[in-house]
Design a protein around this ligand. Sequence first.
Ligand code: FES
Length: 139
Amino acid sequence: MSARPAASRRTVLRGVALTPVAALGLTACQGDEDGAAPLSGPVELGPQSEVPEGGAKLYRDHNVVVTRSGDGTLKAYGSICTHAGCPVDRLDGTRLICPCHGSEFDATTGKVLREPAVAPLKQLTVEVKNGTLVAAPQV
Ligand code: FES
């Protein structure tokens, strides 16, 4: 008789302990579907002259897109699709097109132009050091 209450308490505690573990497992699966690596630190992209004024350049090796506005302002975004994590491999003007399910993004703002993606691209910092573009994750 005296073992019964202890077993019940143990069962309740085991249930509470498993709940957060299950939640963490679900989160890890959602972010690990493809293997494309987002930028984890600063990276040199190349000469700033490679990005046309009013246009964009996609750096596939680094999963980064850089745009230059008419007044020379540079912007950079990670080019990993926010739908399921495929690396975006096509740039048409300033429109990025994902090869996996057809999502499209505006390279000048990172915003979604065509679903199924709904979240914008992740903005990066970009600066020119000795004539070379350097992009980095925002902190
Ligand atoms: S991963 Fe890009 S549209 Fe699905």
